[in-house]
Design a protein around this ligand. Sequence first.
Ligand code: AMP
Length: 281
Amino acid sequence: MKLVTSVAGMKALARQWRKDGRRIGLVPTMGYLHQGHLSLIRESRRRTDVTVVSIFVNPTQFGPNEDFKKYPRDLKKDSAYLRKAGVDCLFHPDAAEVYPPGYRTYVQVEGLEDRLCGRSRPGHFRGVATVVLKLFDVVGPDLAFFGAKDAQQVLIIRRVAEDLNLDTEVVTCPLVREADGLALSSRNSYLSAEERKAALVLSRSLRWAERAVAAGERDAAKVVASIRAMIEAEPLARVDYVEAVDPGTLEPVAELHSDVLIALAAYFGKTRLIDNISLNV
Ligand code: AMP
């Protein structure tokens, strides 16, 4: 596995691969890798000739009071994990390589970036869209792999790729959960044993919603209120939002029909977790 830390080095390597006719897959991550990331890597290896994983804790997607400084990092462990997974290249630039002094250009996706997580994390998706566009430019992937865990993120990146006529195909991979239902996340490492147990309410409430809809419930407000009540009944949880939205526009829906995304975020102590479920009613 090649370790590349410079933009110029990554561009040169990708240029050579393209010249050799190899199809490039990119899996952007912030590191502290887990099975969720691994599922994207596997899909990339299955569908492309060379897989690049980027590890970059992107400062522009963190708010001033968020966890940028303490976001978990373990490059040694991650490198070993990626090598074992058969990844061809780890792209690991530092912040000054991605945002050199004088940097001023940002990507905004109007109408999508201020909903759901964007409402409680102003500027977050501007940072995400910007860094992903930059990664696409540097690596020039044929395919790029993202997890359905971050449903709003992948929708926004799809929009960027389409609106800016990018040559990269955006692939969404299924959300990976622990055996007990907790959605895998690097941030789970922040949770105490009690908080981790309490956090199971998120997947439990979404599974309940899935069953309610399967049993014929169509009133979005009712389902959302019940999910909220289930989470609020957990003393260690604090709801950020629960919404049932159109998965293409993220606009709230009144009735549960055709495709619906139920998305939520909640705090357990200082840790903010997200989860979601896509329903085809
Ligand atoms: P992160 O390192 O958290 O920024 O995530 C990097 C990529 O992995 C994103 O596309 C995420 O959606 C994806 N990812 C993170 N957790 C999961 C999960 N539990 N299941 C599927 N994909 C995930």
